[in-house]
Write a protein that binds this ligand. Structure first.
Ligand code: GLN
Ligand code: ZN
Length: 777
């Protein structure tokens, strides 16, 4: 029996890589210093994995940005626009990688960055490969070989990790018409052969090839590509041992093909999909064969301590069938998706000791893998018994903790009825009442919620957290910022105002901190993309809202103006999606608890006189399961949770929702089913293309398609926005069109925000005029 690991977080336990990369980008660090910092992280990661008792260590899991981008460089899939950087500027690979990831505006160049999108159903983002019809591939970057040798020289025998060729092609995009990217496989494979040959020469033995596309429903052609690839690897490299790795879901209908492949080891994610083990063990061709199984029993996607009893039952089941010699034990996927080290959490206030005992971060998960091997291989040893007993005690303590269980919350969720998820009247009836109540003009103008979080605002919060600023002074400053935002919005003539969200650090953390059932980490960072990291809260227990969370801010802002101020909340699905969620009950149940807490806030806002309330759900689309069969069930409970949150109010109260960075085609019916009175979405960057889905579906309620991209400091002109609005009018009837930016403005400066919003309001006014007094024929 062997223990191994598929990948370790590359950011460093104290985010050393983030800090070093940003210093390098700012010009405060040399490339050599950055390389040095990276080398230190890699070495300490290998050391730490070895010390934890891991037999086979990964190499090439490290990246300065992203493993898919690394694969583009390895295979020379470098889009044409960057070629002058190589040919004319003789740019090195490191800078080229950053230019591709972040764009390049120097020395007379203005090169856009490559697109970025979410890695399967995680919050990690990868760089999307760009392919053209006559795409050539060459072995370009030597990183994998260099790092293998680096490890060897440091005394570590490692297993190189490669992104598999089929997943690499499938994750990319065809940048021109007339070809299928899978047809590029024949051009691509020779580069992989070259890499494997070099690794073979350097003394590699095991090779990990990640093909997480196998967790998706694949067509015949993709499956054929898988067959071609792994048969060729086997034939050409009889000395190498290939481990084919899949994670995040079952092999599903791909299983038959996978089991027929001549690979040495098959890795299974048994956390997401424990049942597939039975299918595999019931296949005589497999059990009678020689292929090893890597059992991914330790959750690489969540932060809970492993339940040894449960994992051991899987390990024993497999051992009984094929013997311990063919079994490997591992985390379910790369540990990239969990924070580094629980030992660094020392704050009793953020993360009480009791809860800490229930958790395991990357480093602790490796110890769990090693402990599982110890227990499985030597069940009679005293050490094994102690490990097992300790674990069982932790599991029991968590299950029975008074912190977790609140009977009232459970009863309330159990008592939810269909009526709780329904507004009193259908949209058309609500709409009439809201029009009377709100008296808004045609094409009402609004924003998505946040206004610039300037350095100043952030410094107040930092000082307040360090107790250098009293509660009342902090509050006073926030009130001034809010009043200032209201004055600015009135001055330019927005129709529906917002308070500006100055009191919020983050749209999930802010609510989590005020809800029961949440804990926080001080250092629980997870890479989101490049140097960007997020620190998700931990939902550990039953959720309820002890006190109103936002009412005072909305009421204060409303007291300053006669215009309507929109209340601003984060929706239940988004809070769920951006947290580490408890694994002892279904996600849908936790989501309903959140829905009731937000519902309480919504009704309190209404009671306090707030007429318009926005419930943001930017993450609703990304919660979609990978497999089609499971998607409807998810959309069903997610939409219901939103509706529970939104439906406690009178018809007159207008409910908004907001979404961004979503494709809507596959979920438009669910978005319509949310039945928000108004939805604002991000459409400027796609030039209103995203609206097509709404038009095709004949989306019935009001829509505010974003008319300007908030990601860039660029101030759009009135004409530009007018043109976008006219485009929007082709898809949406005038009386249902709202005018707003793509998303919140917290990352922008006031100097850009004011002129941009002024121009936006002018565009709305021009359009109103055109519609009200059309030019006579
Ligand atoms: N109300 C939030 C804001 O304006 C919405 C953010 C989001 O959609 N990601 O910042
Ligand atoms: Zn948004």
């Amino acid at each position: 029996m062997q223990t191994h690991n598929l990948g370790y977080p590359r950011i460093g336990s104290n985010r050393e890589l983030k800090k070093a990369s940003e210093q390098y980008w700012a010009g405060n660090m040399t490339a050599a210093q950055l390389e040095q910092a990276a080398k230190k992280i890699r070495e300490s990661n290998w050391m730490l994995q070895k010390d934890a008792g891991i037999d086979l260590l990964p190499v090439n899991d490290f990246s300065f940005y992203d493993q898919v981008l690394d694969t583009c460089l390895m295979t020379g899939a470098i889009p044409d626009r960057y070629h002058p950087l190589i040919e004319k500027e003789q740019m090195n690979t490191l800078d080229l990688l950053f230019a591709m990831a972040r764009g390049y505006q120097k020395n007379g160049y203005d090169l856009t960055a490559m697109e970025m999108t979410k890695w399967f159903d995680t919050n990690y983002h990868y760089i999307v490969p760009e392919f053209k019809k006559d795409q050539r591939f060459i072995f370009f970057s030597n990183k994998i070989i260099d790092q293998f040798n680096e490890a060897k020289n440091a005394g570590f025998q490692t297993r190189p990790v490669l992104l598999g060729p089929v997943t690499f092609l499938l994750l990319g995009k065809e940048k021109e018409a007339g070809f299928d990217r899978l047809d590029l496989l024949n051009n691509l494979l020779p580069v992989y052969f070259e890499v494997l040959e070099k690794l073979d020469q350097q003394g590699a033995y095991y090779i990990q090839v990640d093909e997480p596309c196998l967790a998706l429903g694949l067509g015949e052609k993709a499956l054929q590509a898988i067959k071609t690839t792994y048969t060729a690897f086997f034939k050409r490299f009889p000395n190498l041992r290939i481990m084919l790795t899949n994670y995040f879901d079952c092999f599903g209908a791909n299983l038959e093909t996978v089991l027929s492949l001549p690979v040495h080891i098959l890795h299974l994610d048994l956390v997401r999909c424990p049942l597939q083990l039975d299918d595999i063990l019931a296949t005589p061709a497999f059990t009678n064969g020689r292929t090893h199984l890597s059992l991914g029993v330790v959750d690489g996607r969540n932060i809970w301590k492993n339940d040894f009893e449960q994992s051991l039952s899987l390990i024993q089941k497999a051992t009984a069938k094929i013997g311990p010699g063919r079994i490997w034990i591992a985390p379910s996927c790369s540990l990239l998706h969990v924070p580094c080290d629980l030992d660094l959490e020392t704050g009793e206030k953020t993360l009480p000791q009791e809860i800490k005992q229930w958790l395991a971060f990357a480093k602790q998960k490796l110890a769990e893998v090693a402990a599982l091997k110890q227990i499985a291989a030597n069940p009679e040893e005293a050490l094994s018994k102690t490990l097992l007993e300790d674990n069982a005690r932790c599991m029991k303590a968590r299950r029975t903790s008074a912190r977790i269980h609140h009977q009232q919350v459970k009863d309330r969720v159990a008592a939810i009825t269909a009526a709780d998820a329904r507004r009193n009247s259908p949209f058309f009836a609500r709409r009439e009442k809201q029009q009377q109540e709100l008296a808004l003009p045609l094409f009402p103008t609004t924003t998505i919620g946040s206004f610039p979080q300037t350095k100043e605002v952030r410094s107040w919060r930092a000082q307040w957290k360090k107790q250098q600023l009293s509660d009342s002074s902090y509050n006073q400053l926030l009130q001034e910022a809010t009043a200032n935002a209201i004055r600015r919005q009135e001055a330019i003539g927005l129709d529906v105002l917002v308070h500006g969200e100055f009191e919020r650090n983050d749209m999930v953390e802010y609510f989590g901190e005020q809800l029961a059932g949440f804990a926080f980490t001080q250092n629980g960072w997870v890479q989101s993309y490049g140097s960007r990291c997020v620190k998700p809260p931990v939902i550990y227990g039953d959720i309820y809202r002890p006190n109103p969370m936002t009412v005072a801010w909305s009421v204060y802002a409303q007291s300053l103006t006669s215009k309507h101020v929109k209340g601003m909340l984060t929706g239940p699905v988004t809070i769920l999606q951006w947290s580490f969620v408890r694994n002892d009950q279904p996600r849908s149940l936790t989501c309903n608890q959140l829905a009731l807490a937000i519902r309480d806030e919504v009704t309190d806002l209404e009671k306090a006189g707030i007429r318009i309330i926005q419930i943001d759900e930017p993450a609703i689309r990304e919660g979609l399961p990978l497999r089609k069969e499971q998607q409807e069930a998810y959309l069903n409970w997610a939409v219901t949770a939103f509706r529970i949150a939104a439906s406690g109010v009178q018809d007159q109260t207008q409910i908004h929702t907001h979404m961004c960075y979503s494709a809507f085609n596959d979920s438009i019916h669910a978005i319509a089913a949310m039945d928000a009175d108004v939805i604002t979405i991000e459409t400027a960057r796609s030039q209103m293309k995203l609206l097509d889905a709404f038009a095709m579906f004949e989306y019935p309620n009001d829509i505010g398609p974003g008319v300007y991209d908030i990601h860039s400091p660029r101030v759009p002109s009135e004409d530009e926005m007018l043109a976008l609005l006219e485009k929007a009018l082709e898809a949406i009837p005038a009386e249902r069109l709202w005018v707003n930016p793509d998303c919140g403005l917290k990352t922008r400066a006031w100097e850009e925000t004011m002129p941009a919003l002024t121009a936006m309001i002018r565009a709305a006014k021009t359009l109103r005029k055109r519609i009200m007094d059309p030019v006579p024929e």
